[in-house]
Ligand binder design. Structure first.
Ligand code: MG
Ligand code: MG
Length: 255
């Protein structure tokens, strides 16, 4: 079931989204060569705690997962696409890091992700990050009243295709509100003019995941969570929670 939110509910979701943005900024600020992924999780966790927010990631166990998720962020490095578990890995010069974070505040949820490099960036990683951010921006720009989910998917996939990047076939964005994952599914592949119609008060998480090797295939680590590229190429991930409004898309997870 798709819940259309009132304007007051959108304002409440904006507050949850602000906490997500702050937690992502804290994780990014903590990232440096030699720092563990667990330290990034702790930085994000401190922001959630200080804001009185809880984590929709911590303890989350979807049907595909063998264990509850043990952290408040996903930390996916280099060939990891999404869902990496922050562990004792120490960041190295040139690593490409994707951090995904959620927050629940006063009964409403936000979800966002960023990718960045640590130390000296490889030029191809800078291009990949730029393309992935552009895919998110184009997807958001297509999230307007009167458009359909397929228009968002088409906008995202066009950027990926032009950048010669692949995207994991079975993963995309989602409706979001009282819970992190709600209807509808927001695919990253689709045809314009098709799918669920967008209307004022619909809230979505849009999240392109681009894989630089160009394939759409992925594999799952033995931990049952981490998605990796099958060819070892690097991946990037950006996500915002947005509201479709009569005034255009409203990004709820900006700082
Ligand atoms: Mg996310
Ligand atoms: Mg999401």
């Amino acid at each position: 079931m798709v819940e259309i939110k009132s304007d007051a509910s959108l304002d409440a979701m904006r507050e949850a989204g602000r906490v997500v943005a702050d937690a992502l900024a804290a994780a990014r600020d903590a990232a440096a060569v030699g720092v563990t992924l667990q330290a990034l999780d702790e930085a994000a966790r401190a922001v959630l705690t200080a804001a009185g927010a809880s984590s929709p990631f911590l303890g989350y166990q979807p049907s595909f997962a063998p264990t509850p998720f043990p952290a408040v962020i996903c930390a996916s490095v280099n060939d990891a696409v999404v869902h990496g578990i922050p562990d004792g890995y120490r960041l190295r010069d040139g690593d490409l890091v994707s951090i995904d974070c959620g927050a629940e505040l006063d009964g409403w949820t936000g979800d966002a992700a960023i990718s960045f490099t640590v130390g000296t960036p490889r030029p191809e990683d800078v291009r990949l990050i730029t393309a992935t951010r552009q895919a998110l921006e184009d997807g958001i720009a297509a999230a307007t009243v009167g458009n359909r989910l397929g228009d968002i998917a088409h906008a995202v996939s066009r950027v990926a295709r032009r950048a010669a990047c692949g995207m994991p076939e079975d993963f995309g964005g989602h409706g979001i509100g009282r819970r992190m994952h709600e209807d509808p599914h927001v695919p990253n592949f689709g045809r314009p003019g098709r799918g669920f119609p967008l209307r004022h008060g619909l809230t979505l998480a849009i999240e392109p995941m681009l894989m630089s090797g160009g394939r759409n295939s992925y594999r799952t680590d033995p931990d049952g969570w981490t998605l990796r590229t099958t060819d070892g190429s690097r991946a990037a991930h950006f996500e915002h929670t947005i509201a479709i409004t009569a005034d255009g898309p409203r990004i709820l997870t900006l700082p």
